[in-house]
Write a protein that binds this ligand. Structure first.
Ligand code: UDP
Length: 453
Protein backbone atom coordinates (compact mmCIF):
# COMPACT_ATOMS: atom_id res chain seq x y z
CA UNK A 1 0.00 0.00 0.00
CA UNK A 2 1.39 3.39 -0.98
CA UNK A 3 2.44 6.05 1.48
CA UNK A 4 0.60 9.39 1.30
CA UNK A 5 3.07 12.26 1.30
CA UNK A 6 3.04 14.12 4.61
CA UNK A 7 1.37 11.32 6.61
CA UNK A 8 3.39 10.12 9.55
CA UNK A 9 3.84 6.40 10.05
CA UNK A 10 1.94 5.17 13.11
CA UNK A 11 3.22 3.11 16.01
CA UNK A 12 0.65 1.39 18.22
CA UNK A 13 1.66 0.93 21.86
CA UNK A 14 0.13 -1.63 24.21
CA UNK A 15 1.36 -1.16 27.79
CA UNK A 16 0.76 -3.48 30.72
CA UNK A 17 -1.33 -1.41 33.16
CA UNK A 18 1.07 -0.98 36.07
CA UNK A 19 2.86 2.21 36.89
CA UNK A 20 6.32 0.70 36.36
CA UNK A 21 5.28 -0.62 32.93
CA UNK A 22 3.11 2.25 31.68
CA UNK A 23 5.70 4.95 32.38
CA UNK A 24 8.48 3.64 30.10
CA UNK A 25 5.95 2.83 27.35
CA UNK A 26 4.58 6.38 27.36
CA UNK A 27 8.09 7.79 27.49
CA UNK A 28 9.06 5.67 24.50
CA UNK A 29 5.93 6.88 22.70
CA UNK A 30 6.73 10.51 23.30
CA UNK A 31 10.29 10.16 21.99
CA UNK A 32 9.07 8.28 18.92
CA UNK A 33 6.46 10.99 18.44
CA UNK A 34 9.16 13.66 18.48
CA UNK A 35 10.98 11.61 15.86
CA UNK A 36 8.11 11.73 13.39
CA UNK A 37 5.78 8.86 14.33
CA UNK A 38 2.11 9.18 15.20
CA UNK A 39 1.31 7.31 18.38
CA UNK A 40 -1.75 5.31 19.33
CA UNK A 41 -2.01 3.81 22.82
CA UNK A 42 -4.33 0.83 23.26
CA UNK A 43 -4.83 0.50 27.02
CA UNK A 44 -6.92 -1.45 29.50
CA UNK A 45 -9.61 0.37 31.46
CA UNK A 46 -7.87 -0.65 34.65
CA UNK A 47 -5.18 1.93 35.46
CA UNK A 48 -5.79 3.75 32.20
CA UNK A 49 -3.43 6.65 31.45
CA UNK A 50 -4.93 10.13 31.40
CA UNK A 51 -5.34 11.22 27.74
CA UNK A 52 -5.18 14.88 28.86
CA UNK A 53 -1.53 14.36 29.83
CA UNK A 54 -0.72 13.28 26.26
CA UNK A 55 -2.79 15.33 23.80
CA UNK A 56 -0.54 14.27 20.94
CA UNK A 57 -1.46 10.56 21.32
CA UNK A 58 -4.62 8.73 20.24
CA UNK A 59 -6.02 6.56 23.05
CA UNK A 60 -8.06 3.39 22.49
CA UNK A 61 -9.63 1.81 25.59
CA UNK A 62 -9.72 -1.99 25.76
CA UNK A 63 -12.60 -3.47 27.76
CA UNK A 64 -10.79 -5.63 30.32
CA UNK A 65 -13.99 -6.54 32.29
CA UNK A 66 -11.99 -6.18 35.49
CA UNK A 67 -13.94 -3.38 37.08
CA UNK A 68 -14.85 -4.33 40.63
CA UNK A 69 -11.98 -6.83 40.89
CA UNK A 70 -9.44 -6.40 43.68
CA UNK A 71 -6.06 -5.02 42.54
CA UNK A 72 -4.48 -8.14 44.06
CA UNK A 73 -6.56 -10.29 41.67
CA UNK A 74 -5.66 -8.14 38.68
CA UNK A 75 -1.98 -8.50 39.49
CA UNK A 76 -2.29 -12.28 39.96
CA UNK A 77 -1.54 -14.74 37.18
CA UNK A 78 -5.29 -15.31 36.77
CA UNK A 79 -5.90 -11.56 36.48
CA UNK A 80 -3.17 -11.11 33.87
CA UNK A 81 -4.58 -14.02 31.92
CA UNK A 82 -8.13 -12.57 32.10
CA UNK A 83 -6.82 -9.21 30.89
CA UNK A 84 -5.26 -10.90 27.88
CA UNK A 85 -8.40 -12.86 27.04
CA UNK A 86 -10.79 -9.93 27.53
CA UNK A 87 -8.79 -7.33 25.59
CA UNK A 88 -8.04 -9.35 22.51
CA UNK A 89 -11.23 -9.06 20.49
CA UNK A 90 -11.57 -5.28 20.76
CA UNK A 91 -7.89 -4.82 19.99
CA UNK A 92 -8.32 -6.93 16.87
CA UNK A 93 -11.26 -4.76 15.79
CA UNK A 94 -9.28 -1.56 16.39
CA UNK A 95 -6.39 -2.83 14.32
CA UNK A 96 -8.66 -3.92 11.47
CA UNK A 97 -10.31 -0.45 11.46
CA UNK A 98 -6.88 1.19 11.50
CA UNK A 99 -5.66 -0.89 8.59
CA UNK A 100 -8.81 -0.12 6.61
CA UNK A 101 -8.17 3.60 7.00
CA UNK A 102 -4.69 3.29 5.53
CA UNK A 103 -3.02 5.12 3.94
CA UNK A 104 -5.13 8.26 4.67
CA UNK A 105 -4.46 8.02 8.42
CA UNK A 106 -0.85 7.01 8.00
CA UNK A 107 0.55 3.54 7.62
CA UNK A 108 0.83 1.36 10.71
CA UNK A 109 4.55 0.68 11.14
CA UNK A 110 4.38 -1.77 13.98
CA UNK A 111 2.94 -2.56 17.38
CA UNK A 112 5.19 -2.11 20.41
CA UNK A 113 3.83 -4.14 23.30
CA UNK A 114 4.68 -5.13 26.83
CA UNK A 115 5.48 -8.82 27.00
CA UNK A 116 2.76 -9.40 29.58
CA UNK A 117 0.15 -8.38 26.97
CA UNK A 118 0.81 -11.44 24.82
CA UNK A 119 -2.60 -11.34 23.10
CA UNK A 120 -1.05 -8.66 20.90
CA UNK A 121 1.19 -11.25 19.29
CA UNK A 122 -1.79 -13.35 18.18
CA UNK A 123 -3.62 -10.36 16.70
CA UNK A 124 -0.53 -9.05 14.97
CA UNK A 125 0.36 -12.44 13.51
CA UNK A 126 -3.18 -12.77 12.17
CA UNK A 127 -3.03 -9.33 10.55
CA UNK A 128 0.57 -9.77 9.41
CA UNK A 129 1.75 -6.75 11.35
CA UNK A 130 5.26 -6.55 12.78
CA UNK A 131 5.69 -6.30 16.54
CA UNK A 132 8.45 -5.13 18.84
CA UNK A 133 8.56 -6.02 22.52
CA UNK A 134 9.33 -3.37 25.14
CA UNK A 135 10.75 -4.79 28.35
CA UNK A 136 10.60 -2.34 31.24
CA UNK A 137 13.27 -4.17 33.26
CA UNK A 138 17.01 -4.66 33.08
CA UNK A 139 18.75 -7.11 30.75
CA UNK A 140 20.17 -8.87 33.81
CA UNK A 141 16.63 -9.62 35.01
CA UNK A 142 15.63 -11.19 31.71
CA UNK A 143 18.73 -13.38 31.86
CA UNK A 144 17.95 -14.37 35.43
CA UNK A 145 14.49 -15.56 34.33
CA UNK A 146 16.08 -17.62 31.59
CA UNK A 147 18.36 -19.09 34.22
CA UNK A 148 15.45 -20.20 36.44
CA UNK A 149 13.77 -21.81 33.45
CA UNK A 150 17.00 -23.67 32.68
CA UNK A 151 17.44 -24.81 36.29
CA UNK A 152 13.92 -26.22 36.22
CA UNK A 153 14.50 -27.94 32.87
CA UNK A 154 17.67 -29.52 34.33
CA UNK A 155 15.70 -30.73 37.37
CA UNK A 156 17.94 -28.77 39.75
CA UNK A 157 15.10 -27.11 41.69
CA UNK A 158 14.88 -27.31 44.70
CA UNK A 159 18.49 -26.32 45.13
CA UNK A 160 20.24 -27.10 48.46
CA UNK A 161 20.38 -24.09 50.80
CA UNK A 162 24.19 -24.18 51.00
CA UNK A 163 24.43 -23.34 47.28
CA UNK A 164 22.57 -20.05 47.63
CA UNK A 165 25.75 -18.01 48.09
CA UNK A 166 27.43 -19.54 45.02
CA UNK A 167 27.83 -17.46 41.90
CA UNK A 168 25.68 -18.56 38.97
CA UNK A 169 28.13 -20.17 36.52
CA UNK A 170 26.78 -18.46 33.40
CA UNK A 171 25.91 -15.17 35.10
CA UNK A 172 28.69 -14.67 37.62
CA UNK A 173 27.52 -11.23 38.80
CA UNK A 174 24.55 -12.95 40.44
CA UNK A 175 24.42 -15.61 43.13
CA UNK A 176 21.63 -18.21 43.28
CA UNK A 177 20.36 -16.12 46.19
CA UNK A 178 19.84 -13.16 43.84
CA UNK A 179 17.47 -14.94 41.47
CA UNK A 180 14.08 -13.23 41.24
CA UNK A 181 12.29 -16.25 42.69
CA UNK A 182 13.52 -18.53 45.50
CA UNK A 183 14.91 -21.75 44.03
CA UNK A 184 15.33 -23.71 47.27
CA UNK A 185 11.71 -24.90 47.15
CA UNK A 186 9.65 -26.44 44.35
CA UNK A 187 8.33 -23.78 41.94
CA UNK A 188 4.71 -24.39 40.90
CA UNK A 189 4.34 -25.39 37.24
CA UNK A 190 2.04 -22.45 36.59
CA UNK A 191 4.80 -20.04 37.68
CA UNK A 192 7.41 -21.68 35.47
CA UNK A 193 4.95 -21.36 32.58
CA UNK A 194 4.53 -17.71 33.44
CA UNK A 195 8.31 -17.09 33.55
CA UNK A 196 8.65 -18.90 30.23
CA UNK A 197 5.94 -16.79 28.67
CA UNK A 198 7.42 -13.59 30.10
CA UNK A 199 10.92 -14.42 28.88
CA UNK A 200 9.61 -15.33 25.41
CA UNK A 201 9.44 -12.67 22.74
CA UNK A 202 7.25 -14.79 20.43
CA UNK A 203 7.36 -13.56 16.83
CA UNK A 204 8.62 -10.07 17.65
CA UNK A 205 11.05 -8.47 15.24
CA UNK A 206 13.08 -6.75 17.97
CA UNK A 207 13.39 -6.08 21.69
CA UNK A 208 13.56 -2.64 23.27
CA UNK A 209 15.05 -2.47 26.76
CA UNK A 210 14.88 0.49 29.09
CA UNK A 211 18.49 0.05 30.07
CA UNK A 212 21.90 1.33 29.03
CA UNK A 213 24.96 -0.49 27.82
CA UNK A 214 27.05 0.90 30.69
CA UNK A 215 24.69 -0.71 33.20
CA UNK A 216 23.98 -4.01 31.57
CA UNK A 217 26.76 -4.68 29.04
CA UNK A 218 27.44 -8.32 29.87
CA UNK A 219 23.78 -9.33 29.99
CA UNK A 220 23.03 -7.46 26.78
CA UNK A 221 25.83 -9.30 25.01
CA UNK A 222 24.53 -12.66 26.23
CA UNK A 223 20.94 -11.80 25.33
CA UNK A 224 22.00 -10.76 21.86
CA UNK A 225 23.60 -14.19 21.40
CA UNK A 226 20.38 -15.85 22.58
CA UNK A 227 17.75 -13.85 20.72
CA UNK A 228 18.23 -13.69 17.00
CA UNK A 229 16.49 -10.32 16.62
CA UNK A 230 17.99 -6.86 17.24
CA UNK A 231 18.05 -5.60 20.82
CA UNK A 232 17.84 -1.86 21.41
CA UNK A 233 19.01 -0.69 24.88
CA UNK A 234 17.63 2.85 24.78
CA UNK A 235 17.48 3.81 28.45
CA UNK A 236 17.13 5.62 30.66
CA UNK A 237 14.00 6.64 28.76
CA UNK A 238 13.01 9.18 31.40
CA UNK A 239 16.11 11.21 30.60
CA UNK A 240 15.44 11.13 26.88
CA UNK A 241 11.70 11.80 26.95
CA UNK A 242 10.23 15.29 27.23
CA UNK A 243 8.94 15.92 30.77
CA UNK A 244 5.26 15.01 31.17
CA UNK A 245 3.10 13.38 33.76
CA UNK A 246 2.90 9.58 33.65
CA UNK A 247 1.65 9.09 37.19
CA UNK A 248 -1.51 7.04 37.69
CA UNK A 249 -1.92 8.42 41.22
CA UNK A 250 -2.26 12.09 42.13
CA UNK A 251 1.11 13.42 43.23
CA UNK A 252 1.28 15.38 46.46
CA UNK A 253 3.35 18.40 45.48
CA UNK A 254 3.52 19.67 49.07
CA UNK A 255 6.49 17.28 49.34
CA UNK A 256 8.49 19.63 47.09
CA UNK A 257 7.52 22.68 49.13
CA UNK A 258 8.66 20.77 52.21
CA UNK A 259 11.95 19.78 50.54
CA UNK A 260 12.57 23.43 49.61
CA UNK A 261 12.99 24.15 53.34
CA UNK A 262 15.56 21.41 53.97
CA UNK A 263 19.37 21.58 53.83
CA UNK A 264 21.20 20.20 50.78
CA UNK A 265 21.72 16.41 50.75
CA UNK A 266 20.07 16.08 54.16
CA UNK A 267 16.83 14.23 53.38
CA UNK A 268 16.27 10.51 53.06
CA UNK A 269 13.47 9.83 50.56
CA UNK A 270 11.56 6.59 51.11
CA UNK A 271 9.26 4.79 48.72
CA UNK A 272 8.48 1.15 47.93
CA UNK A 273 6.89 1.84 44.54
CA UNK A 274 3.41 1.11 43.31
CA UNK A 275 2.89 -2.59 44.13
CA UNK A 276 4.97 -3.81 47.08
CA UNK A 277 3.23 -4.33 50.40
CA UNK A 278 4.75 -4.50 53.88
CA UNK A 279 3.35 -5.76 57.15
CA UNK A 280 2.59 -3.61 60.20
CA UNK A 281 5.67 -4.80 62.06
CA UNK A 282 7.93 -3.59 59.27
CA UNK A 283 6.24 -0.19 59.23
CA UNK A 284 6.71 0.15 62.97
CA UNK A 285 10.39 -0.85 62.83
CA UNK A 286 10.93 1.57 59.93
CA UNK A 287 9.29 4.33 61.93
CA UNK A 288 11.55 3.76 64.95
CA UNK A 289 14.62 3.38 62.75
CA UNK A 290 13.82 6.74 61.16
CA UNK A 291 13.03 8.39 64.49
CA UNK A 292 16.28 7.15 66.07
CA UNK A 293 18.44 8.08 63.06
CA UNK A 294 17.83 11.83 63.62
CA UNK A 295 17.73 12.20 59.85
CA UNK A 296 15.17 14.36 57.99
CA UNK A 297 12.95 12.16 55.80
CA UNK A 298 10.27 12.32 53.15
CA UNK A 299 8.28 9.11 53.37
CA UNK A 300 5.78 7.90 50.78
CA UNK A 301 3.30 5.55 52.40
CA UNK A 302 0.96 4.49 49.61
CA UNK A 303 -2.59 3.85 50.83
CA UNK A 304 -3.11 0.09 51.40
CA UNK A 305 0.62 -0.59 51.17
CA UNK A 306 0.66 -1.75 54.79
CA UNK A 307 -1.36 -4.96 55.02
CA UNK A 308 -4.43 -4.59 57.19
CA UNK A 309 -4.17 -0.77 57.28
CA UNK A 310 -5.73 1.92 55.19
CA UNK A 311 -2.82 4.29 55.57
CA UNK A 312 -0.61 5.27 58.52
CA UNK A 313 -3.00 4.65 61.39
CA UNK A 314 -0.68 1.97 62.83
CA UNK A 315 2.34 4.27 63.19
CA UNK A 316 3.61 3.95 66.78
CA UNK A 317 2.49 6.37 69.42
CA UNK A 318 4.98 9.19 69.89
CA UNK A 319 6.49 8.86 66.40
CA UNK A 320 4.74 11.89 64.99
CA UNK A 321 5.74 14.06 67.91
CA UNK A 322 9.40 13.03 67.75
CA UNK A 323 9.69 13.52 63.99
CA UNK A 324 7.31 16.46 63.40
CA UNK A 325 10.16 18.91 62.83
CA UNK A 326 12.07 16.75 60.38
CA UNK A 327 9.66 14.34 58.74
CA UNK A 328 7.05 14.54 56.00
CA UNK A 329 4.72 11.65 55.08
CA UNK A 330 2.70 11.70 51.85
CA UNK A 331 0.57 9.19 49.95
CA UNK A 332 2.34 9.62 46.60
CA UNK A 333 5.10 12.03 45.57
CA UNK A 334 6.36 13.43 42.25
CA UNK A 335 9.30 11.04 42.56
CA UNK A 336 11.42 12.21 39.65
CA UNK A 337 11.25 15.80 40.95
CA UNK A 338 11.95 14.61 44.48
CA UNK A 339 15.08 12.73 43.41
CA UNK A 340 16.26 15.74 41.43
CA UNK A 341 15.81 18.04 44.44
CA UNK A 342 19.10 19.24 46.01
CA UNK A 343 17.80 18.49 49.52
CA UNK A 344 17.58 14.75 48.82
CA UNK A 345 20.73 12.90 49.86
CA UNK A 346 19.56 9.27 49.82
CA UNK A 347 16.76 7.01 48.62
CA UNK A 348 15.40 4.05 50.56
CA UNK A 349 13.84 2.02 47.81
CA UNK A 350 12.34 -1.37 46.98
CA UNK A 351 14.74 -1.26 43.98
CA UNK A 352 12.07 -1.36 41.27
CA UNK A 353 13.72 -0.79 37.90
CA UNK A 354 12.22 2.65 37.27
CA UNK A 355 13.15 3.83 40.75
CA UNK A 356 16.65 2.43 40.28
CA UNK A 357 17.13 4.30 37.02
CA UNK A 358 15.55 7.50 38.35
CA UNK A 359 17.87 7.48 41.36
CA UNK A 360 20.99 6.82 39.31
CA UNK A 361 20.00 9.53 36.82
CA UNK A 362 20.09 12.00 39.70
CA UNK A 363 23.20 10.63 41.39
CA UNK A 364 21.33 9.67 44.56
CA UNK A 365 22.78 6.70 46.54
CA UNK A 366 20.32 4.16 47.87
CA UNK A 367 19.31 1.80 50.65
CA UNK A 368 17.78 -1.27 49.03
CA UNK A 369 14.95 -3.20 50.61
CA UNK A 370 13.81 -5.54 47.79
CA UNK A 371 10.50 -7.39 48.11
CA UNK A 372 10.26 -9.67 45.07
CA UNK A 373 11.07 -10.37 41.43
CA UNK A 374 13.49 -8.05 39.61
CA UNK A 375 13.94 -5.97 42.78
CA UNK A 376 16.23 -8.73 44.08
CA UNK A 377 18.36 -8.73 40.93
CA UNK A 378 18.51 -4.93 40.83
CA UNK A 379 19.64 -4.86 44.46
CA UNK A 380 22.59 -7.11 43.70
CA UNK A 381 23.64 -4.85 40.82
CA UNK A 382 23.15 -1.65 42.82
CA UNK A 383 25.17 -2.91 45.77
CA UNK A 384 27.87 -5.06 44.15
CA UNK A 385 28.22 -4.06 40.50
CA UNK A 386 27.52 -0.32 40.38
CA UNK A 387 28.25 0.07 44.13
CA UNK A 388 25.89 3.00 44.59
CA UNK A 389 23.77 1.41 47.32
CA UNK A 390 23.78 -0.66 50.45
CA UNK A 391 21.33 -3.42 51.20
CA UNK A 392 19.25 -3.35 54.34
CA UNK A 393 20.29 -6.50 56.15
CA UNK A 394 17.95 -6.17 59.08
CA UNK A 395 14.34 -5.11 59.35
CA UNK A 396 14.79 -4.34 63.05
CA UNK A 397 14.91 -0.69 64.15
CA UNK A 398 18.60 -0.84 65.19
CA UNK A 399 19.73 -2.22 61.82
CA UNK A 400 17.59 0.35 60.04
CA UNK A 401 19.04 3.21 62.06
CA UNK A 402 22.58 1.98 61.30
CA UNK A 403 21.86 1.70 57.58
CA UNK A 404 20.45 5.23 57.47
CA UNK A 405 23.46 6.63 59.33
CA UNK A 406 25.83 4.73 57.03
CA UNK A 407 24.17 6.06 53.88
CA UNK A 408 23.59 9.63 54.99
CA UNK A 409 26.64 10.29 57.13
CA UNK A 410 29.46 7.79 57.00
CA UNK A 411 32.49 7.53 54.74
CA UNK A 412 30.72 4.55 53.11
CA UNK A 413 27.79 6.78 52.17
CA UNK A 414 30.07 9.49 50.82
CA UNK A 415 31.84 6.96 48.58
CA UNK A 416 28.52 5.70 47.29
CA UNK A 417 27.42 9.27 46.59
CA UNK A 418 30.60 9.87 44.57
CA UNK A 419 29.98 6.71 42.56
CA UNK A 420 26.34 7.64 42.06
CA UNK A 421 27.34 11.08 40.75
CA UNK A 422 29.79 9.47 38.35
CA UNK A 423 27.07 7.09 37.18
CA UNK A 424 24.77 10.06 36.63
CA UNK A 425 27.38 11.67 34.36
CA UNK A 426 27.92 8.44 32.44
CA UNK A 427 24.18 7.97 31.92
CA UNK A 428 23.94 11.56 30.71
CA UNK A 429 26.70 10.88 28.20
CA UNK A 430 25.00 7.71 27.01
CA UNK A 431 21.90 9.62 25.91
CA UNK A 432 23.79 12.43 24.21
CA UNK A 433 24.59 12.39 20.49
CA UNK A 434 27.08 9.60 19.89
CA UNK A 435 26.36 7.92 23.26
CA UNK A 436 25.37 4.24 23.36
CA UNK A 437 21.67 4.77 24.14
CA UNK A 438 21.46 7.68 21.69
CA UNK A 439 22.92 5.50 18.94
CA UNK A 440 20.63 2.66 19.89
CA UNK A 441 17.61 4.94 19.65
CA UNK A 442 18.72 6.15 16.22
CA UNK A 443 18.95 2.52 15.10
CA UNK A 444 15.52 1.81 16.56
CA UNK A 445 13.96 4.74 14.67
CA UNK A 446 15.51 3.49 11.44
CA UNK A 447 14.37 -0.05 12.20
CA UNK A 448 10.75 0.95 12.83
CA UNK A 449 10.71 3.31 9.83
CA UNK A 450 11.88 0.43 7.60
CA UNK A 451 8.54 -1.36 8.14
CA UNK A 452 6.70 1.26 6.09
CA UNK A 453 9.29 1.94 3.42
N1 UDP B 1 6.51 6.78 41.90
C1 UDP B 1 6.00 8.05 41.99
N2 UDP B 1 5.65 8.52 43.21
C2 UDP B 1 5.79 7.80 44.35
C3 UDP B 1 6.34 6.50 44.25
C4 UDP B 1 6.69 6.03 43.01
O1 UDP B 1 5.85 8.75 40.98
O2 UDP B 1 5.44 8.30 45.41
C5 UDP B 1 6.88 6.27 40.56
C6 UDP B 1 8.37 6.19 40.39
O3 UDP B 1 8.86 7.45 39.95
C7 UDP B 1 8.54 5.08 39.37
C8 UDP B 1 7.29 4.22 39.59
O4 UDP B 1 6.41 4.95 40.41
O5 UDP B 1 8.57 5.60 38.06
C9 UDP B 1 7.59 2.92 40.28
O6 UDP B 1 8.18 2.05 39.37
P1 UDP B 1 9.24 0.98 39.83
O7 UDP B 1 9.66 0.24 38.62
O8 UDP B 1 10.34 1.62 40.60
O9 UDP B 1 8.48 0.07 40.85
P2 UDP B 1 7.07 -0.72 40.79
O10 UDP B 1 6.04 0.25 41.19
O11 UDP B 1 6.90 -1.24 39.39
O12 UDP B 1 7.26 -1.80 41.81
Amino acid sequence: MGKIEGQKPRVVLVPFPYQGHITPMLQLGSILNSRGFSITVAHTEFNSPNPLDHPEFVFLPLPDNLSGCETSYISSLKGISAMNVNSKERFHEYMVEMLEKQPQNGLVSCIVYDNLMHFVNEVATHLKLPTVVLRPNSAAYLRSLQFIIQLQADNLIPLPEHQLQDAIPTHHLLRFKDLPFPVTAEIPKILIEFFTSYANIRSSSAIILNTADILDHESLTKLQQHFKVPIFPVGPLQKMAPKFNTSLITEDTSSITWLDKQAPNSVLYISIGSIAIMDKKELIEMAWGLANSDQPFLWVVRPSSVSGSEWIECLPEGFEEITRERGCIVKWAPQKKVLAHPAVGGFWSHSGWNSTLESMCEGVPMICRPYFSDQVVNTRYLTHVWKVALELNSLERKGIEQAIRALMGDKEGKEMRQKALKMKQELELSIQRGGSSWNSFENLVEFIASFTQ
